[in-house]
Design a protein around this ligand. Structure first.
Ligand code: TRP
Length: 372
């Protein structure tokens, strides 16, 4: 059962993902040697960002202090959980490197594929996403946060964005669409084309002009990246610079498998209360430990399948030495599952307590992001 069957597409992620195989099948490049600024970020250092397309050009831009853009989008559905926060960590990192940040709220995509209630989508985007982003440190300076349904108050900018979305279809055939997406509905297709505009419109003269753009994503978004890259190569009207992308592992759900906003026992939300959080971890976090304490002391646990350990590695423990000690102590049986869970619970609760305080201040800053 542990084996091979998994699927990763923009519309569905399931099964046990074999990332080595994904790299081959998608044709990604593995992340190899990185300069210091990137090494200092544990997402890069630990291989949590595991693959890329044309990332060297981003590294060059940083090295040469050239202007570059980081672009991402969010799907405004459900609660904002730690899987989403992993993306935000990357946004903040690029903002600290001086990138101009573009963030699209994919409300039209959600409208066409899931929930046709734009005002509800807007509310979720602000209350669940934007406020958490701000509380986590997103700076309104150099940040263009927009809704797909409302690109800009500046009509020239808006026309440029929607105009581009409506011209890119010229450069792609239906057979190519089918090769990239398989079976696709009109709603999904129009969302994919709009997302192409999300990813390349910053290079239009109404925005930044030609510049390097990096789109950090989970692997499920790669088909959209491929489509955008094909179009960039063919489009005649502009000289767009080819897009770069990076791919991060999915933060696993509490019970192992996928973290999903539709299953509250698979995630911790950033607005969850502290007691619930402790209980959730104790009750649901999949353990790589043995059935009894005696057995655990003798045989040791398996940190590689243990979700508490994986969450520490991917999010909460920034200190490599401490993490390594936890790894070895758990593997040798010195550290028990209940103790490992407690390490995570303590970190998490400290984080949530501070975060929820910061959220109150963040609420007041929302307008700084919306008045563009
Ligand atoms: N399709 C993305 C999702 O499902 C959201 C999205 C819209 C996006 N536009 C984007 C992601 C541009 C990255 C870049 O989450």
């Amino acid at each position: 059962m542990q084996k091979k069957e998994f699927s990763v597409t923009p519309w569905e992620v399931k099964g046990n993902i074999d990332y080595e195989r994904l790299i081959k099948e998608f044709g990604l490049s593995p992340i190899s040697s990185l300069p210091r600024q990137f090494q200092e970020n544990f997402l890069f250092r630990r291989g949590i960002i595991y693959g890329h397309r044309d990332f060297d050009k981003v590294i060059e831009a940083v090295k040469n202090k050239k202007k570059f853009v980081m672009m991402t989008g969010l799907m405004p559905s459900g609660k904002f959980h730690f899987g989403h926060a992993l993306v935000l960590k990357q946004i903040l990192f690029y903002q600290s490197l001086g990138a101009k940040i573009y963030i699209a709220v994919a409300d039209l995509e959600a409208y066409n594929t899931r929930n046709p209630n734009l005002s509800e989508l807007r509310k979720t985007a602000i209350e669940e996403y934007l406020i958490n982003y701000i509380a986590l440190g997103l700076n309104p300076k150099n940040c263009d946060f927009y809704f797909q349904s409302q690109r800009s108050k500046d009509s020239e900018k808006s026309n440029a964005y929607y105009g581009l979305a409506n011209r890119v279809s010229r450069y792609i055939t239906f057979n190519e669409i089918k090769a990239i997406y398989g079976d696709i509905t009109p709603g999904k297709l129009s969302s994919a084309l709009l997302q192409v505009s999300d990813m390349i419109h910053s290079q239009l003269p109404e925005f930044e002009g030609p510049s390097q753009v990096v789109v950090p994503v989970g692997s499920d978004q790669d088909p959209h990246i491929k489509l955008a890259r094909d179009i960039i190569q063919r489009i005649k009207d502009y000289k767009f610079i080819q897009l770069s992308s990076t791919y991060n592992l999915f933060l696993p759900g509490l019970k192992g498998g996928k973290m999903s906003s539709s299953d509250a026992t698979s995630y911790i939300a950033l607005t969850d209360n502290l007691d619930d959080t402790s209980n959730k971890i104790k009750k649901y976090a999949f353990s790589g430990g043995q059935n009894t304490i005696e057995e655990h002391r003798k045989k040791g646990g398996n940190p590689d399948t243990d979700i508490s350990y994986q969450w520490l590695r991917m999010f909460f423990e920034e200190d490599d030495k401490k993490l390594e000690k936890i790894y070895h102590d758990y593997k040798s049986g010195k550290l028990l599952t209940s103790e490992l869970k407690q390490i995570l619970i303590d970190k998490l609760n400290k984080f949530l307590k501070q975060h929820q305080e910061k959220r109150k201040k963040a609420e007041k800053l929302v307008d700084k992001f919306l008045l563009i």
